[in-house]
Design a protein around this ligand. Structure first.
Ligand code: FES
Ligand code: FES
Length: 159
């Protein structure tokens, strides 16, 4: 059904008239011009489209936009503040935790969700939490190292 929806994306309230069954991913990309979340499988299996909804990682490809009206949606574009990268973004750069980068924004958002819930995850906990995120380039070891580095950065410790 087409209706007026208020979406709160990266702290900004946006009122849009939309089919409420459309995917959140298509609205973010096609209506709001936020291209960080990627279309991978379109079926909830790869994690490339992950964003935070009220701080919790969600697959935006399988999330109907009508179900997240009024909730806090955060995409990778909303992480940096005052031109300064978020510690998780910084850690991914410092660990060079990507090759083609297609999975990276989803990985970063997944990592943000994990660190919010568990600020000091072990390598095993990171692997388990990010299990549904696929990286075709196989940079998993570096991704785990980046999440560990981000954990230290967020606690103000030396990386
Ligand atoms: S595109 Fe959403 S999980 Fe793969
Ligand atoms: S860096 Fe290429 S898919 Fe992960």
């Amino acid at each position: 059904m087409r209706r007026q929806l208020e979406l709160v994306v990266n702290g900004e309230a946006r009122r849009l008239e939309l089919e409420d069954q459309r995917s959140l991913l298509s609205v973010l990309r096609d209506d709001l011009g936020l291209y960080g979340a990627k279309y991978g499988c379109g079926e909830g299996h790869c994690g490339a489209c992950t964003v935070l909804v009220d701080g919790v990682p969600r697959r935006s490809c399988t999330t109907q936009v009508g179900t997240v009206a009024g909730k806090e949606i955060t995409t990778v574009e909303g992480l940096e503040h005052d031109g300064k990268l978020h510690p998780v973004q910084q850690a991914f750069l410092e660990e060079e935790a990507f090759q083609c980068g297609y999975c990276t924004c989803g990985m970063i958002m997944g990592a943000c969700g994990l660190l919010r819930r568990n600020p000091r995850p072990t390598a095993a906990q990171i692997r388990t939490f990010l299990d549904g995120h696929l990286c075709r380039c196989g940079t998993y070891q570096r991704i785990v190292a980046a999440v560990q580095r981000a954990s230290r950065l967020l606690q103000g410790a030396q990386p």
